[in-house]
Write a protein that binds this ligand. Structure first.
Ligand SMILES: [Zn+2]
Ligand SMILES: [Zn+2]
Length: 265
């Protein structure tokens, strides 16, 4: 069985007739036994997200501000203490994020992104919960903030939907982080990403969909859903020359080691 370490079950692009419960059921049928539905806006989204995952077995959530939303006054108003309190408020909350830096879209001012990212790293150090990092075209700043705020302080986390270069992969691994690969790895042009995947120790790899975005081949261009993480996992297992079932077991074990608050039902 696989785990989808990163999806957005409540995203508006998800067709209304597909409820989160239906998506989770379809995933289970496909061999995906659990998933984290990731938070992007604390003020607007977190309470509803927690209520959504509460009745769903093996569906967990996170709490955090996406770098796209880091400039919103409502997100800037969330203090470090409030973030920590929400993160520890319920056993269904298993991680902090997604937070980080996105200098590709620059949807929020970079200074706001960095400030928000530092707050999230501090919250992880304080609570012991793992950090879910989103980084795009911001390699040096991402590594610097992780080191400055988290180095030597027991910080744990994952570089989600990894799409950066080998230097950030190395920096993240040196910090003890996991690397999560999405459907992007199945795309024809992803040679550099596949090259990096070969350098990640097997006990540090996670897989994810980032649904509803980035559906893997053979569903590329369609609305993604957690069930499709099987395609990404099988593809990566074949590419790395590992038995598919062994790779599923390994990535699932990695998931529960990192997200150690997630208890399988
Ligand atoms: Zn992301
Ligand atoms: Zn995401």
């Amino acid at each position: 069985m696989w785990i989808d370490s990163h999806c957005h079950l409540n995203h508006e692009r998800v067709t209304p007739e597909d409820t989160p419960a239906m998506l989770a059921a379809r995933a289970r049928e496909a061999g995906v036994s659990g998933m984290i539905s990731i938070c992007c806006q604390i003020a607007k989204e977190f309470d509803g997200l927690l209520e959504m995952v509460r009745p769903l077995p093996n569906v967990w959530c996170s709490v955090g501000t996406h770098p796209h939303d880091a400039g919103l006054e409502t997100e800037k108003a969330v203090t470090l203490d409030e973030l920590c309190a929400k993160a520890l408020s319920d056993p269904k909350v298993v991680g902090i994020g997604e937070s980080g830096l996105d200098y590709y879209y620059d949807n929020s001012p970079r200074e706001d992104q960095r400030e928000s990212f530092r707050k999230h790293v501090r919250a992880c150090v304080q609570t012991g919960l793992p950090l879910i990092v989103h980084s795009r075209e911001a390699e040096a700043d991402t590594a610097q903030i992780l080191r400055e705020e988290g180095g030597g302080k027991g910080l744990r986390g994952v570089m989600h939907c990894f799409s950066s270069g080998p230097q950030l992969a190395k920096d993240a691994l040196d910090l003890g982080f996991y690397i999560s690969f999405s459907g992007m790895i199945t795309f024809q042009k992803a040679d550099e990403l596949r090259f990096i995947a070969k350098t990640v120790p097997l006990d540090r790899i996670l897989v994810e969909t980032d649904a509803p975005f980035l559906a893997p081949v053979p569903h590329r261009g369609q609305t993604n859903e957690p069930a499709y993480v099987v395609h990404t996992g099988n593809y990566l297992a074949d590419f790395l020359n590992i038995d598919r079932e062994d790779f599923a077991a390994q990535t699932t074990e990695n998931f529960f080691t990192l997200f150690n608050r997630a208890k399988s039902a």
